[in-house]
Design a protein around this ligand. Structure first.
Ligand SMILES: *Cc1c(COP(=O)(O)O)cnc(C)c1O
Length: 254
């Protein structure tokens, strides 16, 4: 996979327009309305100056995998008051207080301990947070996320956390260039969402399916994604290997 550079305002505008066009085309193929699909630009490793260009190019939210990096940027860009931050990577309980302070959304909820820590900190900040439950749909590539069979029982516990607004599910597909291995991960998440919808606790909704990244977002849209998390196809190739973010990524590649 090669990605275009995304350093200047015009490169960023160009990349964003190209991705929106690919989203539209994938939606048309799947008889879906493009307005159902939210593009979440993923800005990890991208510096503040380039984020300001992306803002000028129209971005009003950014996704970050690591909490401290996200918080640093949120502070540096605090003058852009309509900018929202989504934390999309695994969270340790001791970082919950940072998320509670600045994030609008947390996409990687996978334990009650983290839910408890977030709830406590959100109360202190008097804030609420949109959350997605992370599901491991690939069995092997990621040690993060709940096993699909554990999600229903987990979701039944979440109404106890009044400051967490449960919106749906998130997954990372297997790291592979082979669509016949990637697509089943997306299908699994959608089917799980459809099952869960029939037995949801009050105050929980399951509309959001966050799945698909630079290399596979069109497949994900065909299978029902409502959020695609796209980094490199907007900002250009990343210097850090994926194994920095997902402990087992590299050996499963290919
Ligand atoms: C980095 C990241 C993405 C985006 O990956 P790209 O290859 O840059 O599109 C999506 N989801 C998560 C959880 C990430 O950490």
């Amino acid at each position: 996979m090669t990605y275009p550079a995304g350093r200047t305002l015009s490169e960023l505008e160009h990349n964003l327009a190209a991705i929106q066009q690919r989203i539209d085309t994938a939606c048309r193929r799947a008889s879906r309305d493009p307005s159902e699909v939210r593009l979440l630009p993923v800005s990890k490793t991208v510096d503040e100056a380039r984020l300001r260009l992306a803002y000028r190019a129209g971005c009003r939210e950014f996704g970050e995998n690591k909490v401290q990096e996200a918080q640093r940027k949120a502070e540096a860009l605090a003058d852009l008051t309509d900018l929202r931050w989504s934390v999309i990577g695994h969270l340790q309980t001791n970082k919950a207080k940072l998320v509670a302070r600045f994030a609008s959304e947390f996409q990687a909820l996978d334990s009650l301990r983290v839910a408890e820590a977030l709830e406590r900190r959100l109360e202190i900040e008097d804030r609420a947070l949109d959350v997605l439950v992370q599901v491991n749909t690939s069995n092997e590539t990621s040690k993060f996320g709940l096993a699909p069979e554990d999600v229903a029982a987990f979701i039944r516990q979440l109404p106890a956390f009044s400051r967490l607004r449960v919106k749906g599910l998130m997954t990372l597909a297997i790291f592979s260039d082979d669509p016949t291995r990637v697509r089943p991960c997306f299908v699994r998440l959608r089917q799980l969402r459809d099952q869960l919808r029939e037995q949801l606790p009050d105050g929980t909704s399951m509309d959001t399916l966050s799945m698909g990244m630079s290399g596979d977002f069109e497949l994900a849209i065909e299978e029902g994604a409502t959020v695609v998390r796209v980094g490199q196809a907007i900002f250009g190739p990343r210097p850090l290997p994926d194994s920095y973010y997902w402990p087992d990524a590299d050996q499963d590649n290919g």
